[in-house]
Design a protein around this ligand. Structure first.
Ligand code: SAM
Length: 254
């Protein structure tokens, strides 16, 4: 029995163990892939913004590849981890605390990325549209916006009533994932036990699932046009059976 039970805002307490929980993610591969998408669309960005950068793993990897990168995230705790990782490596990456729905005062960038389901955290098409409009303010005239989504197939296949327990250095956690088709929402509940404080923390993450058609509709209503859509980490067009889809958007000529 733990000393205290707390319910925390998503990512605020997961932040310190996020890199452990996501250790299966190959950010080297992801960085290579996203740079290949930019090249495919003739984008040679001099400055890249990694939006919803989390603990900065992708931003760090892009910096290693010579990219002038900056990061932004809505969760201070996630960003603190990113800042500390960059400091230890002596990488001069600026990180900004920003909500996807308000990107005021960010430097203009030729490429903006928003990856690893981050856009799924916006719970309505209206919010996604607002985020796209905000990105439009940041990206330069011939710039590119690369955004991915986790698909319904992904939620059904891998997050339908899935439970796992993991233990790391000084913590353990139970992760329960479930998908409510009627709501179109994927849930990830983390119950984390921190040994030093003997504290049990619960975080409930909610991700809205968007179909390809929904994203196409949002893009059509936005100041962007879709110039590419790719299933998984490949270059073929996506289908509803793709686990993940990367979209490449460019500013519409007005
Ligand atoms: C699954 S994590 C992905 C993090 C990072 N892109 C990665 O690849 O590891 C989702 C991230 O989105 C951020 N996020 C969710 N909603 C947000 C919002 N409205 N504004 C800014 N960041 C948000 C969270 O704080 C979290 O860092």
């Amino acid at each position: 029995m733990s000393n205290s039970n707390t319910t925390a805002t998503p990512y605020t307490r997961l932040a310190t163990i996020y890199d452990y929980a996501m250790r299966h993610v190959d950010y080297v591969h992801w960085a290579r892939y996203v740079l290949s998408l930019l090249a495919r669309h003739h984008a040679v960005p001099s400055r890249v913004l990694d939006l919803a950068c989390g603990t900065g793993s992708l931003a760090l990897e892009l910096h290693r590849r010579g990219v002038d990168v900056l990061g932004a995230d809505g969760c201070k705790e996630m960003m603190s981890v990113a800042v500390e990782k960059a400091r230890k490596l002596n990488y001069p990456i600026p990180f900004y605390h920003r909500n996807l729905l308000n990107l005021d005062d960010l430097p203009a960038c030729d490429a903006v990325l928003c990856l690893y389901d981050s856009i799924n955290y916006l719970m309505s098409p209206e919010m996604v549209l607002q985020a796209f409009e905000e990105v439009h303010r940041v990206v330069t005239r011939n710039g590119v916006f690369v955004v991915d989504i986790c698909t319904e197939n992904n939620s059904r296949q891998y997050f339908s009533n899935m439970q796992s327990t993991e233990a790391g250095d000084g913590f353990s956690y139970l992760r329960h994932s479930y998908y409510k088709k009627r709501e179109g929402v994927q849930y990830n509940k983390f119950e984390i036990h921190f040994e030093d404080t003997d504290e049990m923390v619960t975080e409930l993450h909610q991700q809205r699932v968007y179909s390809l058609a929904m994203i196409e509709k949002i893009v059509a209503a936005s100041p962007f046009e879709m110039v590419g859509a790719y299933g998984g980490f490949g270059y073929a067009p996506p289908t509803e059976l793709s686990d993940r889809v990367h979209f490449v958007l460019k500013k519409r000529n007005t």
